[in-house]
Design a protein. Structure first.
Length: 248
């Protein structure tokens, strides 16, 4: 069985949900409710959107969430020092995206340095795709790199890939399975996908492909109920995936 990963996106000191990374659709200031709801999951995805966009940060909140939930943390992680700081603050793994591209190409040297510094099992490499190209800088800048090209170039230096289909992100219309199948066939690493997944049926389809799923909007709107997706045995889930602490 694969894993459903609830997401927490932070902006302006609140939990938010954006549509296609641009329009704010939802905003929540009650953190305790969501910490309680997500506490039974072996992994939660935590993104600092302000840091990703370069317009500020939510570091204190990131630290608080990472110390109370098992999180993979991303948003504005652009150096080895920042990655190490996130891990020391409680993150199980760190997510990097924009910093893995230099001069319009995957930065293999930086990926290698990261892996040597913190261990590949602690790294999740983000591939954010819009119109078939990798987007960076908070999804505001499109490159000429195809998602499969980036995956192939960086496969040796991470424990997992996170693919976000920006074209459907936040729309709750599902993610194209043909694209997911190609990605799944191209790497033996853990593959996590995000972007518009909105129902248990869609989650099951992705799980059947051997893919883990990040869900945000459908959870916060109540369209997808978490009760049917809470794993019975978190210990076995954590054993399956590299980079997790044995205790929380």
């Amino acid at each position: 069985m694969a894993m459903l990963i609830p997401s927490i996106d932070l902006m302006g000191g609140k939990i938010v949900q954006l549509v296609q990374g641009e329009r704010k659709a939802l905003e929540f200031g009650d953190f305790e409710e969501w910490i309680a709801r997500f506490s039974s999951f072996p992994l939660v995805q935590l993104i600092d959107l302000d840091a990703a966009l370069g317009i500020g940060h939510n570091r204190d909140l990131v630290r608080e969430f990472a110390q109370r939930l098992p999180c993979q943390v991303g948003g504005g992680v652009r150096s080895i020092e920042t990655a190490e700081q996130m891990l020391s603050n409680g993150a199980q793994r760190v997510i990097l995206g924009s910093s893995l591209i230099r001069d319009g190409q995957p930065d293999i040297m930086f990926a290698n340095e990261l892996a040597r510094a913190v261990g590949p099992e602690k790294l999740v490499f983000a591939i954010d795709s819009k119109e078939g190209r990798v987007a960076i800088r908070g999804w505001r800048q499109l490159t000429n790199i195809a998602p499969l090209e980036m995956l192939a170039a960086l496969d040796s230096w991470c424990g997992a890939f996170l693919y976000t289909h920006i074209d459907t992100e936040g729309l709750m219309q599902g993610i194209p399975l043909d694209i997911v199948r190609k990605l799944r066939a191209s790497t033996g690493k853990q593959l996590i996908v995000a972007g518009g997944v909105a129902s248990s049926e869609q989650v099951d389809q992705l799980h059947a492909l051997g893919v883990d799923v990040v869900v945000g909007m459908a959870i916060y709107t109540g369209r997808l109920k978490l009760s049917g997706h809470i794993p019975a045995d978190n210990i076995n889930y954590r054993k399956r995936y590299p980079g997790f602490s044995s205790q929380r």
